[in-house]
Write a protein of this length. Structure first.
Length: 315
């Protein structure tokens, strides 16, 4: 799914406020379209333009899901746009009729974040953060909302910690913490890199450790590894487990380098993208983590093909 937020501002103040929303919320995979006095001064834009723009920005292969915020006479246009999006297969788009004065604070030129949907507000909050502490209520356990927020943090490449609060209110024996840890590792299987800590805000239990963890995972998220050290690990990993083959063609990983941080992003140069299966990428990632840590941070891999004499090298 791709989140969609469409705002049609009515005057200059509201345009400025809407632009601020765009700056703070325009993170993949959110598609934000501003019309009329919005982006590029589209004073004569129609909802057909909005739909076309949303379809392009939102990635054609994905289904759009989100809201169209409209006011006054714009509501009927928004509903027309919703119908057209529905016909195109985007059935998760809904229209919110809201006076602009409720959405924007013209005096301070800022949006009223409290009126935005939870999903949009959560994404904005995560986008502003360096470290995300996914707080679990020990008395309630894992919820769907916890999963959604964690998914946003993971997709945006943020350093993460899973903190189980109200641990003092749970009846425990010698195995309670281990059982809960295993359960959470299963619930958050998509972010197995995130450390889990059991705390109590009421009693202060392990709060000092939580602050230490926040600093630690932030450093891990911004870690930079030299190309030489990376390729030493790569050589050892490929020697231990041979790269996969398919119909007599073997994957070759020539070298890798780190392109950026937050999150650590690695570029791998190979003879064939198709042969570099996800399972082997995960193996390489595990080997890198075993040596360098990278605890509490997701990683990204960019795979690029490099040909030899204009042909792919499988020998």
């Amino acid at each position: 799914m791709v989140d969609l937020l469409v705002i049609r501002p009515a005057d200059a103040y509201e345009t400025a406020c809407a632009w601020k929303i765009a700056i703070e919320a325009e993170t993949e995979p959110t598609a934000i379209i501003l019309t009329r006095q919005g982006v590029k001064n589209c004073t004569h834009a129609t909802y057909d333009d909005v739909i076309k723009g949303a379809y392009i920005v939102g990635h054609e292969e994905d289904e759009l899901e989100g809201i169209i915020i409209a006011a006054g006479s714009e509501v009927s246009l928004a509903l027309e746009g919703q119908k057209k999006l529905f016909a195109m297969g985007h059935k998760g788009v809904r229209v919110v009729s809201m006076p602009c004065t409720e959405l924007f604070d013209a005096q301070n030129a800022e949006y009223k974040e409290s009126v935005l949907p939870d999903r949009i507000r959560a994404r904005m909050a995560v986008e502003r953060a360096d470290v995300c502490v996914i707080m679990i209520d020990a008395t309630e356990g894992f919820t769907e909302q916890d999963s959604k927020v964690a998914g946003i943090a993971h997709d945006l490449g943020k350093a993460c910690i899973i903190a189980v609060n109200k641990w003092d209110a749970v009846e425990k024996d010698g195995h309670t913490m281990d059982k809960e840890r295993k359960k959470l590792m299963n619930d958050f299987s998509f972010m197995s890199y995130a450390p889990i800590i059991f705390i109590s805000a009421k009693t202060g239990q392990r709060l000092d450790r939580l602050y230490e963890l926040i600093k630690f995972v932030n450093e891990q998220n911004s870690m930079r590894i030299s190309t030489g050290k990376l390729n030493d690990v790569l050589a050892a990993a490929t020697a231990r487990v041979q790269p996969p083959t398919d119909k007599g063609k073997r994957l070759k990983i020539y070298y890798m380098t780190q392109a950026s941080t937050r999150p650590p992003t690695f570029v791998c140069f190979v003879n064939s993208k198709d042969l570099f299966h996800y399972s082997y990428q995960r193996y390489i990632d595990n080997q890198i983590r075993e040596v360098f840590g990278l605890e509490g941070t997701p990683t990204r891999y960019v795979v690029r093909e490099r040909e030899k004499n204009g042909k792919k090298d499988y020998k």
